[in-house]
Design a protein around this ligand. Structure first.
Ligand SMILES: *[C@@H]1O[C@H](CO)[C@@H](O)[C@H](O)[C@H]1NC(C)=O
Ligand SMILES: *[C@@H]1O[C@H](CO)[C@@H](O)[C@H](O)[C@H]1NC(C)=O
Ligand SMILES: *[C@@H]1O[C@H](CO)[C@@H](O)[C@H](O)[C@H]1NC(C)=O
Length: 353
């Protein structure tokens, strides 16, 4: 895939997005007979509900929060991924409970729940019972991405909230997964190689526990050696922050952490340095470095990382993100009156709350 072809790939992906949304609705309509088509809609709240300004309310709250705490963008991106990839974008990640998804070990370091709660409180006072937690999470992430220098993309809405959340359903893969396994995982969630290369760009900001990196530094894939795909200089640097796991035993203190992308670090600004680092064998997570080990994701990484003669990689990524966030936001959504609910509190189903 060359720089010239990227727009064509985007058009194809856009058409697939439409087809997925239309077809999902059509099938469901045929199955249920007289009901309205079940699908997400553009500007659902403004056009089809009494809560005309739902998107504006969300944006206002996200902006207030972001002005105080710029880490919110990385937290929401992670939260949305953890929701959509596990049983679909149904806000199941937001439910409290001793055995809920947020209790799974992969979700130990999630954040951003306080902002979602705040937005829900505002919504319930402005237009009670109308705006779902699943849509709030998707919209808030969109606005936080824009504030951090990403695109402000149109987002289809009309999701309803799921009624169950079980830790045992959480199948989020390890951070050291191979490109082959990562692609199989994305494809199992109806996403493709363009989505994978693009959505991983969310790792341009945020932090991760050393526990997600130490295998690459000391004992990669049980070989007893460092990951051969990591630059030696960079590995030396990371070892200073992340000691071998055996040295950490008995320490009850919080596990050390590193920035997912040392180039953006504390600025929390989205950019294409994430892709440039992958090209220089300086990715922090194994899954990020693996972008170079699949022909399609390597081409996209080189486009996004400005190796094409046009040097418009960040703009290309911003456009792809618009599509891929909608495609991720479309995974197994609950729509229409006959399924799910509009939770009163994002932490509890209405029956329990
Ligand atoms: C869903 O319920 C609302 C409120 O009861 C109603 O106004 C709307 O027409 C219903 N929509 C469908 C598709 O049944
Ligand atoms: C780790 O080793 C297994 C088995 O040899 C292999 O299938 C897998 O791709 C390796 N993982 C990585 C990230 O190279
Ligand atoms: C990837 O590209 C290389 C070099 O162009 C080629 O030899 C190889 O067959 C390609 N692999 C796949 C799976 O297409």
């Amino acid at each position: 895939m060359t720089a010239m072809l990227l727009p064509a790939a985007l058009v194809a992906a856009a058409v697939m997005l439409m087809l997925a949304v239309e077809d999902g609705g059509g099938r469901a309509e045929a199955a249920i007979g007289m009901q309205q088509p079940l699908k997400l809609k553009y500007q659902y709240y403004r056009r089809y509900t009494s809560c005309k300004y739902a998107e504006e309310f969300v944006k206002h709250q996200v902006t207030l929060y972001w002005n105080r705490d710029k880490t919110i963008t990385a937290k929401l991106l992670r939260l949305l991924y953890s929701d959509c990839f596990v049983t679909g974008c149904d806000a199941s990640i937001l439910l409290d409970g001793p055995d809920s998804e947020k209790m799974a070990h992969q979700n130990a370091r999630l954040g951003g729940f306080d902002l979602i709660d705040k937005i829900k409180t505002v919504m319930e006072s402005r237009c009670p019972g109308v705006v779902s937690c699943a849509d709030i999470l998707n919209l808030a992430t969109r606005d936080a991405v824009h504030l951090a220098g990403g695109p402000s993309y149109p987002l289809f809405t009309g999701r309803r909230d799921g009624m169950t959340s079980r830790a045992s359903t959480v199948d989020l893969p390890s951070a050291s997964i191979s490109s082959k396994a990562a692609l199989a995982y994305f494809e199992s969630k109806t996403l493709d190689v363009l989505d994978m290369a693009t959505l991983l760009g969310a790792h341009a900001i945020g932090t991760t526990d050393c526990s997600n990196v130490v295998d690459r530094l000391y004992n990669f894939n049980k070989t007893g050696k460092p990951d051969p795909t990591m630059s030696k200089e960079f590995a030396d640097q990371l070892r200073k922050t992340c000691p071998p796991p055996s040295n950490m035993k008995g320490q009850q203190a919080k596990s050390p952490w590193v920035y997912l992308n040392p180039d953006s670090g504390p600025s929390y600004q989205l950019g294409n340095s994430y892709y440039k680092r992958a090209l220089a064998y300086q990715s922090v997570l194994g899954v990020d470095q693996q972008l170079l080990y699949n022909n399609d994701t390597r081409e996209l990484t080189s486009e996004y990382g400005d190796e094409s003669p046009w040097k418009n990689g960040f703009e290309g990524w911003r456009r792809s993100l618009t599509l891929s966030m909608n495609r991720m936001g479309n995974i197994n959504v609950l729509t229409g009156n006959s399924t799910g609910e509009i939770r009163r509190s994002c932490r509890y189903t209405n029956q329990r709350g």
